[in-house]
Design a protein around this ligand. Structure first.
Ligand code: NAD
Ligand code: UFG
Length: 336
């Protein structure tokens, strides 16, 4: 089976490529490297001892996508490629709509032309907005609170419409909670350009001495210690969720939706303590104002994925922190 992985050089994509190759799938990666380095793919090859095909190509360029489909008989697409920085999407909405929506439409058009109608889409827990209760199940109401989230919601709706019009499509919408950690080898991991927006890479960079302290965005939320609570999931568990989704897709299930989370929530302070234990370092922090748009707490009910796919995240917070630290320590400046 040959899988096209868009955005395969990125954080989640590179970890998924490792698991695909380990499971004897053939992988073809399409990535424009706008937020990643080709080195991640060299490391993927080193970890697995297997090769994959890489196209430095842009989803905004339909001809480039067509070349990939002309060169390979693709069985399914895992579609990771997209821009993902929430704050940037607020200041540059057109960039996000253009890249994420037009890029996806181009991909779907080419897939349709080449009669490849199996796709796994990287959606996000952000589509649940500020949930009325917890844990979140897949049938909760959906809403977007920023342009990035709106691109995820719009693409989910586009895929729903495509499925309604043509039942030959098989579509898995995977709603990720908060991916953290790295491959246990420490060879691949999260490598944000510039100052990290997300908590885990920020803490790692403080631990390794690149940044002075963590700013905790508010400590008077209605949570046990007042700091924000999220469902952090090890990126390898998340990658394995895709591996469990593919066989399901090949049973012609139509359109399916799954939460990929652990079902547990941890606070910002618990994450800092976890990283301190993993790194043996003290991680300085200060409490600052809340970040606009942040919600107090968010965690998944992941039971549907367990029942339908036989998938369950099994790595602990300690595994997530240890593996993130191992990657950061071995690669203080990421792939650079
Ligand atoms: P990432 O930025 O590391 O990977 C995305 C990849 O897509 C990058 O390698 C980038 O170069 C590539 N890309 C972007 N636009 C492209 C285009 N037009 N053509 C070709 N390649 C393009 O991000 P990630 O954390 O690995 O996220 C992967 C997917 O999962 C994204 O769609 C993201 O929105 C989604 N997601 C991520 C998180 C998270 O917290 N990391 C949470 C929920 C959902
Ligand atoms: N936080 C801090 N300081 C920081 C960064 C974050 O205190 O420097 C706090 C936030 O307030 C929040 C928690 O840490 O309580 C997690 O924040 P992240 O930015 O790491 O993650 P979010 O839950 O805000 O959002 C992430 C992605 C979204 C995605 C969402 C759900 O950025 O794109 O997870 O998957 F939609």
């Amino acid at each position: 089976m040959k899988i096209l992985v868009t955005g395969g050089a990125g954080y989640i994509g590179s970890h998924t490529c490792v698991e695909l190759l380990n499971a004897n799938y053939d992988a073809v990666v399409l990535d424009n490297l706008s937020n990643s380095s080709e080195k991640s793919l060299i490391r993927v090859k080193n970890i697995t001892g297997k090769s994959l095909e890489f196209y430095k190509a842009d989803l905004l360029n339909k001809k480039q996508i067509m070349t990939v489909f002309s060169d390979h008989k693709i069985d399914a697409v895992i579609h990771f490629a997209g821009l993902k920085a929430v704050g940037e999407s607020v200041s540059m909405p057109l960039k996000y709509f253009h890249n994420n929506i037009i890029g996806t439409l181009n991909l779907l058009d080419v897939m349709n032309d080449f009669n490849v109608k199996n796709i796994v889409f990287s959606s996000s827990a952000t589509v649940y907005g500020d949930p009325a209760s917890l844990p979140i199940t897949e049938n909760f109401p959906l809403c977007a609170t920023n342009p990035y989230g709106r691109t995820k919601l719009m693409i989910e709706e586009i895929l729903q419409d495509i499925y309604r019009s043509d039942r030959n499509w098989n579509i898995a919408l995977l709603r990720y909670f908060n991916p953290v950690g790295a491959h246990k080898s420490g060879e691949i991991g999260e490598d944000p350009f510039g100052i990290p927006n997300n908590l885990a890479p920020y803490i790692s960079q403080v631990a390794v001495g690149l940044l002075p302290r963590v700013s905790i965005f508010g400590n008077n939320y209605d949570t046990p210690d007042g700091t924000g609570v999220r469902d952090y999931i090890h990126v390898v568990d998340l990658a394995l969720g895709h591996l469990k989704t593919l066989p399901k897709l090949f049973t012609n299930p139509g359109l399916v939706v799954y939460n990929l989370g652990t079902g547990f929530g941890y606070s910002v302070l618990e994450m800092i303590k976890g990283f301190e234990a993993a790194s043996g370092k003290t991680i300085p922090y200060k409490i600052v104002d809340k970040r606009p748009g942040d919600i107090a707490a968010c965690w998944a009910d992941p039971s549907k994925a367990e029942t339908d796919l036989g998938w369950k995240a099994d790595k602990t917070l300690s595994d997530m922190c240890k593996d993130a630290w191992n990657w950061q320590k071995k690669n203080p400046k990421g792939y650079r």
